[in-house]
Design a protein around this ligand. Structure first.
Ligand code: ZN
Length: 139
């Protein structure tokens, strides 16, 4: 494992140990539930969207370290972005998981670049983002 791989892995471990924005959002405008049956991950994504901008995001759920860290990082990454920017970011993140994105522009989300080499974990990392896209579908 290179130093860079170890650093990124650390990001995932820290977000799993201390997830950000975990818990229901009391005044959400969008809510969606998702599950990854192959691993047993479950997540509910809450968003508060005002004037086309995500002003708050949170999640509830149980799952493996990869899925929890992905949900935690998602809530940080989308807050303050427009809905269009969030949809674009989600597309980039899924490309990263397929090994089709360099990741340099994705900040801490690049921690998941190694997941593309672990096919059984791709669904874990993608689950919060797929659920987010479903929450935003039609808005
Ligand atoms: Zn999982």
């Amino acid at each position: 494992m290179s130093v860079l791989d170890a650093l990124y892995h650390q990001v995932i471990l820290e977000h799993n140990r201390k997830p950000h924005n975990r818990g229901a959002l009391p005044d959400y405008s969008h809510k969606e539930e998702g599950a990854n049956l192959s691993c047993g991950d479950e997540v509910t994504i809450y968003l508060k969207v005002e004037d086309g901008t995500v002003v708050a995001a949170s999640f509830e759920g149980e799952g493996c370290a990869i899925s929890l860290a992905s949900a935690s990082l998602l809530t940080l990454a989308v807050t303050g972005k427009s809905v269009d920017e969030v949809k674009a970011l989600s597309g980039e993140f899924k490309a990263l998981l397929r090994g089709e994105h360099g990741g340099a522009s994705l900040g801490e989300l690049n921690a998941f670049s190694g997941v593309s080499r672990l096919p059984v974990r791709v669904k874990c990392a993608a689950l919060p983002w797929v659920t987010l896209e479903q929450a935003l579908a039609g808005s």
